[in-house]
Design a protein around this ligand. Sequence first.
Ligand code: GTP
Ligand code: MG
Length: 194
Amino acid sequence: MNYHNVQFEASYGTSSQLPPSDLPEIAFAGRSNVGKSSMINKLFNRKGLARVSAVPGKTATINFFHADGIRFADLPGYGYAKVSKGEKRRWAELIEGYFAQDRDLRVVFQLIDMRHPPTADDLTMIDFLIDRELPFVAVLTKADKLSKKQREERLAALERELPCADQIIKIPFSAETGEGVDAVKAIVAEIERD
Ligand code: GTP
Ligand code: MG
């Protein structure tokens, strides 16, 4: 994969607008503010590719990018309390609609803030992925914000906190330092070989 060849495709606000799945697809899921858009920008080494914000709920649409025949989907974050009921319903429709489609989804990068235990919404999402037998990898974001000791504590705790923890690949990741980028790219390379 030549990560320079990335192109923004389009944004979708309702699942009925989503184009058919005609390329192998990789999705980025996780609660609002966990770092999905930052991760995409870090992978492609382009600051403004996906919009990042300190204000949660920045990505309210599904945003598609593609590079070398693979589609990348930046999903809107869940779990942000300060949005209207109507907005929440729209997000739910969008994400549920996305996963209900028969898409050529090769892996979901499920982001979890490494500083904290998974939220109830994170666990719902992970249960859903397991239930649907969708391949996923846990990306533990903001790793740069933890001390060595905190990191070890969180890694140990996740073994208890995540369902089927021993079967889940976990990649500590930092959009600040670039930690984890190579591990993520190795997974993308595996998908390309399939
Ligand atoms: P939504 O679009 O709201 O769903 O959020 P998102 O998951 O796309 O998060 P986004 O990438 O916009 O990042 C949210 C905030 O976290 C921003 O202020 C980022 O700069 C910060 N952030 C993201 N990743 C990291 C990281 O690895 N380390 C640090 N220190 N900050 C990060
Ligand atoms: Mg975002």
